[in-house]
Design a protein around this ligand. Structure first.
Ligand code: PMP
Length: 429
């Protein structure tokens, strides 16, 4: 397999782009080597500029849940393009997408569209503060909620990949209202409430994908929600990753918990830049123009992005692939575990529906500390062998892999073959 054209573009990209990427998770920082440049994608596959074809388990970090370039999405987007790209005024499609989203999430009477997951979460946090009149926010270590100042502490995703505890350029004042708790540990949340009486909300990835996958145990979410209700604090579900992916109504529907504020992104734009935050009327009425919490966006509710979102969610609902996701996910999990056993490699696989990833460790992974016991050197070897054998993975131990409904039986064979070669390589380290 050759990567010479990617290599050339990488060198060219270094001149005017930072590290030749526009998001650090795309750099191959923790696996060594340079990033691949992509030419195109279709269905379950992605093709780089050297013509190498891969089964895509990155899927743009989640949005491409029905695969790349679905016919119906392309048609809807082409149709929207004919009418203009952005108006700075309302369109009917915003109402249509809002109805699809609000119908899917029981705790959402109203929604506001923004342009990214980061914007969705920073607005959701502002809303929690506006509604409660309190300032402090609890986040869990290893969860990632976008790159707003206040939440760039003890974060997963790119920060975990690059081993950064936080970010330069974030003033102390910006994080002084951020408290950190441990995922799956209610006591660590309760302890903060004993010491502070001005906690507005707890934000959580209800199924975490940003330390790799971590799953809420037993009744953790329900108990968390009940506890917060008793304290007059809000639960913010960051479903940027899980919304419409874990189930049509997201992780909350699946886990039987209704958050006070829900943040969305990724799948709701079908690959176009869309984020959203929503809640019940009494909370959303705080948002301008109904209330005093200001939040705005020149391109928010963009007509092309709305068309991408509506067509993707409509097709997703029609396909209802959630059982298929679970069945195929289970097959991939067994392939990983059995191959690891065959080659005597310590491996744990965390999976929830169409989100999964292996950790090269003996320990169960239920929180960030556990995830960090994973051998990232083994992951790096595994990653490159998977690439060389036709499977595109996120270039980090601390990211989830995603399935799309376009995945086929043939793709599973490609996966099994690649895992066999990659586990063998790991066993020979
Ligand atoms: N929240 C979660 C749970 C995410 O996974 C991400 C991105 N991976 C974000 C927020 C930020 O979204 P964006 O990158 O679109 O700003």
């Amino acid at each position: 397999m050759k990567f010479s054209k990617s290599q050339k573009l990488y060198e060219k990209g270094l001149v005017n782009l930072v590290g030749a990427v526009n998001s650090p998770v795309r750099a191959f920082a923790s696996v060594g080597g340079n990033p691949l440049f992509i030419k195109k994608a279709k269905g379950s596959k992605i093709i780089d500029v050297d013509g190498n074809e891969y089964l895509d388990l990155v899927l743009s970090y989640g949005p491409m849940v029905i695969g790349h370039r679905h016919k119906k999405v392309q048609k809807a987007v082409h149709k929207a393009l004919k009418n203009g790209y952005s108006f700075g005024a309302s369109t009917e499609n915003e109402i249509k997408l809002a109805k699809i989203v609000c119908d899917a999430f029981p705790g959402m009477d109203k929604v506001r569209f923004v342009n990214s997951g980061t914007e969705a979460v920073l607005s959701g946090i502002r809303l929690a503060r506006a509604f409660t009149g309190k300032d402090k926010i609890i986040k869990f270590s290893g969860c990632y909620h976008g790159h707003q100042d206040a939440l760039l502490v003890a974060a997963g995703s790119g920060l975990a990949t690059l081993s950064l505890p936080g970010s330069l350029g974030v003033p102390e004042g910006a994080v002084k209202n951020t408290l950190i708790a441990e995922y799956n540990n209610l006591e660590s949340v309760k302890a903060h409430f004993e010491n502070h009486d001005d906690i507005a909300a707890v934000i959580i990835e209800p199924i975490c994908g940003n330390m790799g996958v971590a799953i809420p145990q037993d009744n953790f979410l329900k108990e968390l929600k009940d506890f917060l209700t008793s304290k007059g604090a809000l639960l913010i579900a960051d479903e940027v990753m899980t919304g419409f992916r874990s189930k049509f109504g997201g992780a909350q529907e699946l886990l039987g918990v209704e958050a006070d504020i829900t943040c969305l992104g990724k799948v709701i734009g079908g690959g176009f830049p869309v984020g959203a935050y929503g809640a019940r009327n009494k909370i959303m009425e705080k948002v301008a123009p109904l209330g005093g919490m200001y939040q705005a966006g020149t391109l928010s509710g963009n007509p092309i992005a709305m068309a991408g979102g509506i067509s993707t969610l409509t097709e997703l609902k029609r396909q209802n692939p959630y059982q298929k996701f679970d069945e195929i996910g289970a097959i991939l999990e067994v392939i990983l575990l059995e191959t690891a056993k065959k080659y005597n490699v310590d491996l744990v696989v965390n999976r929830f529906g169409s989100m999964m990833n292996p950790f090269f460790t003996k320990n169960q992974v239920t929180n960030f500390k556990d995830a960090q016991t994973s051998d990232t050197k083994k992951f790096a070897v595994f990653f490159w062998e998977m690439i060389k054998n036709g499977v595109f993975l996120p270039p980090s131990q601390f990211e989830a892999w995603f399935l799309s409904s376009a995945i086929s039986e043939k793709d599973i064979k490609i996966f099994a073959n690649a895992v066999d070669k990659s586990m063998l390589a790991v066993s020979q380290m």
